[in-house]
Design a protein around this ligand. Structure first.
Ligand SMILES: *Cc1c(COP(=O)(O)O)cnc(C)c1O
Length: 390
């Protein structure tokens, strides 16, 4: 295992921080911390060692946040199917469109990866209660992994959240507090209530380990494409942990010699027209994203008016030569149906949004017919079926 320390992602120079202690945001600049590994030593780790390992994200455990003696809290998350979506691709004039189907994770979304890693660390650090604000999927995953770890879970969720998200938290034994307000209000309430009680807060990018879980999507893409990364990655972006995580994975894999340098995918950040702070900042060329006023979209995972890792998302999109695209709710719901009827895949509105962005980039000639494109279907449709009836 090569996990060594934590470091501030902003380059403020604080740290290194000892992962045997609890750390959340950088004590010096207030921005996210990231996990670091002994990459020089990890060059001795051969990708051939993956053969025969269990098909879940912990197959990359040498490069995940485990210390000697730690065992992962796992429900079999990750190693989701990546398949060639020929019929859907044909409707767009694309020969090599692939779907990475994250809806097949425990609790039906890729939030499982992040919470598996975060709650593994929380348990190792002696936490007894997990707490978080959520729009839905993150809370479901946190509740499930807390149950699997034997920990208590406190979920703070806006009271207008979709019913299935609230009920599923309770299914896994979590205590649910309905908040009269937005996810930002729920976050404040979770922090105020939990701080004096020592609750372990697993809010997006406020602890360093959800990114580590989500970066395994980058390792998997490389392995599933036989160590040649695709040309485009289309990622519906809220807090951006997956996009930031995959970009980190590509850097790590280059450093340890698993993939060639200089062939990174173009990263596309997809947001909803009613909440597109990253797209606006990308267009304006700013380093950070101003908070979005009156955020609204039916894609709950995309209703994030302010992402604390905004600068990391923008850096990855720009360094990759990618794009940032906003799509309307109407279009993303139509595209959920397109994914369903052409491929038999259950897509959340966020997955639909990724297709809408591909449609736009292909029509503009940015994505070429023979390029390899990966659509991230980040969650399944079942908790959102009400949007089809509207
Ligand atoms: C949370 C979520 C997203 C956004 O993920 P981030 O990594 O926070 O950007 C996208 N799709 C679904 C289904 C989600 O639950």
């Amino acid at each position: 295992m090569y996990f060594t320390h934590l470091e501030c992602a902003s380059g403020c120079g604080a740290g290194p921080f000892d992962p045997r202690e609890r750390h959340f945001l950088c004590p010096s600049c207030g921005l996210p911390l990231l996990a670091r590994y002994d990459l020089a030593a990890a060059r001795a780790w051969s990708r051939d060692s993956l053969v025969g390992r269990e098909p879940n994200m912990w197959r990359y455990r040498e490069m995940l946040p485990l210390l000697p003696g730690d065992e992962p809290v796992t429900l079999g998350e990750g190693f989701t199917p990546l398949f060639h979506a020929r019929r859907l691709g044909a409707t767009l004039g694309l020969d090599r469109l692939y779907i990475k189907d994250e809806s097949l994770n425990p609790t039906n979304s890729f939030k499982a990866r992040g919470q598996s890693a975060a709650i593994t660390r929380a348990k190792a650090l002696g936490a007894t209660t997990i707490a978080l604000p959520t729009a839905g999927n993150a809370g479901n995953a946190a509740a499930a992994y807390s149950a699997a770890a034997g920990l208590e879970c406190q979920v703070f969720i806006p009271k207008d959240a979709k019913r299935p998200f609230i009920d599923e938290c309770r299914l896994y034994g979590a205590t649910v507090t309905l908040v009269d307000g937005l996810i930002t209000d729920a976050g404040k309430m979770a922090a105020d209530k939990g701080k004096p009680l020592g609750w372990y807060d697993v809010s997006t990018l406020k602890e360093p380990y959800r990114v580590e879980g989500k970066k395994t999507m980058g390792y998997e893409l490389a392995e599933q494409f036989a160590w040649k990364l695709p040309d485009w990655i289309i990622y519906p972006t809220g807090g951006g942990t997956g996009l930031v995580g995959m970009w980190k994975a590509f850097a790590e894999m280059e450093a340890i010699g698993w993939v060639a340098s200089g062939h990174r995918p173009r990263m596309v950040s997809v947001q909803a027209a009613g909440c597109a702070p990253i797209v606006r900042a990308f267009d304006q060329g700013t380093e950070k994203a101003a908070p979005w006023e009156n955020a609204h979209t039916r894609a709950d995972g995309l209703r994030v008016p302010r992402a604390i890792g905004d600068f990391l998302i923008l850096q990855a999109v720009r360094d990759s030569g990618g794009a940032a695209v906003a799509v309307t709710d109407e279009q993303m719901v139509l595209d959920m149906l397109e994914i369903g009827r052409h491929e038999g895949v259950s897509a959340a509105p966020e997955g639909g949004a990724a297709l809408s962005a591909i449609r736009r980039l292909a029509a503009d000639g940015r994505i070429k017919r023979d390029e390899t494109v990966v659509l991230f279907n980040t969650g399944g449709a079942l908790k959102y079926l009400d949007v089809l009836a509207q």
